[in-house]
Design a protein around this ligand. Structure first.
Ligand SMILES: *Cc1c(COP(=O)(O)O)cnc(C)c1O
Length: 225
């Protein structure tokens, strides 16, 4: 018995070894698919809806590291606070505050990334550089003691223009490097950028965490069953 998901996971893990952490993006996919990747040894999974992630968490082995890669709604943070491994999409200071509060209730320090708006599309969320600098220079470790900012996340514009995508990733890497130098915190070490269509460019430009969905699990079907 060989499964396609398991094969894909093995190939990606091998190709990315020593370069970037692989987050297998399982949104909309059934727990059976995740279980196959788990059996193949994979532990890092990404979801973009808090409720869906919480449901899957209930059904699957507890050593899975769950990544919230989607837009975070403040009123839903409580559902993931007990178990989430890394929150990629913190896009305003208010969310940091809410995450801190829910983390404290669970006696945890929750790792997160700040999402930076690098695309030329309004549909994507994130801090601009000025807002980001503001948050990072106002002693976030003291202000939000139950949150640890581990780095940055960004999504490039959805376009065939490779040069544009590359430049957006380049820009985010520069912001990341500058922030890392300014903060001087050893645990600020994650740059999450790159998906199925652009992960190679992202790694070229300094990504060390990629979020791959359709190339592992196949195309998503958003229609109701
Ligand atoms: C869905 C999603 C991905 C994965 O996209 P693919 O193109 O299927 O690899 C990565 N990052 C985020 C934030 C997503 O929502």
């Amino acid at each position: 018995m060989s499964s396609l998901v398991a094969e894909n996971i093995k190939q990606f893990s091998k190709a990315l070894e020593g370069k970037a952490t692989l987050i297998a993006v399982s949104k909309t996919k059934p727990v059976e698919d995740i279980a196959e990747a788990y059996e193949a040894g994979h532990r890092d999974f990404g979801e973009n809806k808090i409720q869906e992630m919480a449901d899957k968490y209930e059904q699957l082995p507890k050593d899975i590291r769950w990544h919230m890669i989607g837009h975070v709604q403040g009123n839903k943070i409580k559902y993931m606070a007990p178990f989430v491994h890394l929150v990629h999409g913190i896009d305003k200071a208010k969310r940091l505050k809410e995450l801190d509060k829910e983390a404290a209730k669970n006696d945890r320090v929750i790792d997160c990334l700040l999402q930076v708006h690098i695309a030329k599309e309004d549909t994507k969320f994130g801090f601009d550089e000025v807002e980001l600098t503001e948050v990072l220079t106002e002693s976030p470790e003291e202000k939000y003691p139950n949150v640890r900012i581990r780095g940055l996340m960004g999504m490039a514009t959805f376009t065939d223009n490779e040069l544009q995508v590359r430049n957006e990733f380049k820009g985010l890497f520069q912001i990341y490097s500058k922030a890392k130098a300014q903060l001087g915190l050893p645990h600020f070490d994650i740059l999450s950028m790159g998906m199925s269509g652009d992960y190679q460019l992202a790694i070229d430009e300094g990504s060390n965490m990629v979020r791959i969905g359709s190339s592992i699990f196949g195309e998503r079907n958003y229609q109701s069953k």
